[in-house]
Design a protein. Sequence first.
Length: 119
Amino acid sequence: MGELFAAGPELDYQSRLEKLLDNHIALWDVIGTCHRPGSLDSAISNDGLITNDFNSFFKQHRQITQVYFNGQKAGDLFKKKVIPSLNDDYNYTVLPSTSPANAAKNYAAKLAAWSAIQI
């Protein structure tokens, strides 16, 4: 997001959010709460996992038509736990995880893939 929208870590958090909003980008985790003993997505436990309320979010933001996911785990959780309860249909795209743990793609490849969100 830093290179794509000039919303890098040199800005404070609020300023980064404002840059994203100025570019019609909303950020929201699929998971509202969960237990994850460790930092890897593979450590997320299904026990007690609660997703965020996307029906309410989409109702408040009707202009949203496209949803992008930061990695396969987020996309899979959304597909499994959120889509069945949605009232509307959206376009979904899973992008490569930006996590340093995702060593399968280098930074340039991740940046090229993420450039798809530039509207």
